[in-house]
Design a protein around this ligand. Structure first.
Ligand code: ADP
Length: 327
């Protein structure tokens, strides 16, 4: 039997966060690359769906790729590359737009949320974003897509598009499924604990970035919003701030949020442990990032190699899709 194929990506629209790491990236390095034929991608085309500065996108793409290597993705084990280096993504995206309906695109929660913020300036590509994401996944015959909870709806749409395409034109695509971590699949903003910790938010006080200095992490965690209850209890619906801290701690230490709650008599003690757990978890990533950033030739080589390998996997399937639709 063929090895399980895994594909996932990260968008260079801001500095990567603790949410990205706990919701997806950490498992790519610790689990996924060891058990499957895995491809991981910095999806820079997706960064153009919102107002962007070219130099910043280029810098963030580079930083994200370097961070993926710093957190332990091993180019000998898996394929690490940049989306725009492989033309098959854009080629297949068009066929996905021809498979999806206008209505199903407009129902996507992320589109509705971002459109509400962006008004008339919203780019058309924000609406068609899930078609490109479906292309990213389907081009590789992907079985599993390890993502945070916020991407579940997009992967569901990808499945629908794969099934529909196969029914109309013949069996070209594998129907993939999403996988997510057991805890912290949706890390919340420390200042606004009902909203996701998102890398492109304007207010940064509640966002822990992977490259934050230890002192900055400690400050952000110390100022996290909690509530006025005297005890530490795990109750995500009623007490989202504390629940978020407990989930972050559980994800860092391997415990259960409900059980961890019982060990704390005060929010101060909990925050202190959360901060230290996060600082210790991120320390080796930051150190390795600094080393790799000082060796741009190595990173270039990895990305060039990765793009070549990715292209070789994607091209036959995308060619088959073009033939299947009559081109
Ligand atoms: P962002 O929302 O930060 O722009 P991306 O679209 O680049 O995230 O997603 C990269 C991965 O990180 C995805 O698998 C996504 O589900 C995951 N992710 C993003 N934010 C969070 C979060 N707050 N909690 C858990 N996972 C997250």
């Amino acid at each position: 039997m063929a090895r399980t194929r895994i594909f996932s990506g990260v968008k260079p629209t801001g500095h990567l966060t603790l949410g990205n790491y706990l919701g997806a990236l950490r498992r790519w390095a610790e689990v996924d690359q060891h058990r499957a034929d895995a491809l991981f991608c910095v999806v820079d085309l997706h960064a153009l769906t919102v107002a962007h500065d070219p130099a910043r996108v280029r810098r963030l793409t580079r930083q994200a790729a370097t961070l993926l290597l710093a957190m332990g993705l091993d180019p000998e084990r898996c394929t690490v590359f940049v989306q725009s280096h492989v033309d098959e993504h854009a080629r297949l995206s068009y066929l996905m737009e021809c498979t999806a309906s206008d209505g199903e695109m407009r129902r996507m929660i992320q589109y509705k949320e971002k459109k509400a913020q962006g008004g008339a300036e919203v780019r058309l590509s924000l609406l068609t974003y899930p078609a490109l994401m479906a292309a990213d996944i389907l081009a590789y015959g992907t079985d599993e897509v390890p993502v945070g909870e916020d991407q579940a709806q997009h992967v569901e749409l990808t499945r629908d598009l794969a099934v529909r395409f196969n029914q109309r034109y013949g069996p070209v695509f594998v129907v993939p499924r999403a996988t997510r971590p057991p805890v912290a699949a949706r890390v919340k903003d420390l200042q606004e604990p009902t909203a996701k910790m998102g890398k492109s938010h304007a207010r940064t006080a509640g966002i822990v970035y992977l490259l934050d200095e230890a002192e900055t992490v400690r400050k952000k965690v110390a100022r996290a919003v909690t509530d006025a209850h005297p005890e530490v209890v795990y109750d995500p619906a009623e007490r989202p701030g504390v629940a978020n801290l407990l989930e972050i701690l559980a994800a860092c230490t391997g415990g259960e949020p409900g059980e961890l709650a019982g060990a704390y008599g005060s929010y101060g003690a909990l925050k202190k442990d959360v901060a230290e757990a996060v600082v210790e978890m991120l320390r080796p990533v930051r150190e390795r990032h600094a080393e790799l950033a000082a060796d741009p030739g190595y990173v270039d080589g990895v990305l060039r190699d990765g793009a070549e390998r990715a292209r070789a996997v994607a091209r036959p399937r995308v060619d088959a899709a073009y033939r299947a639709v009559g081109l």
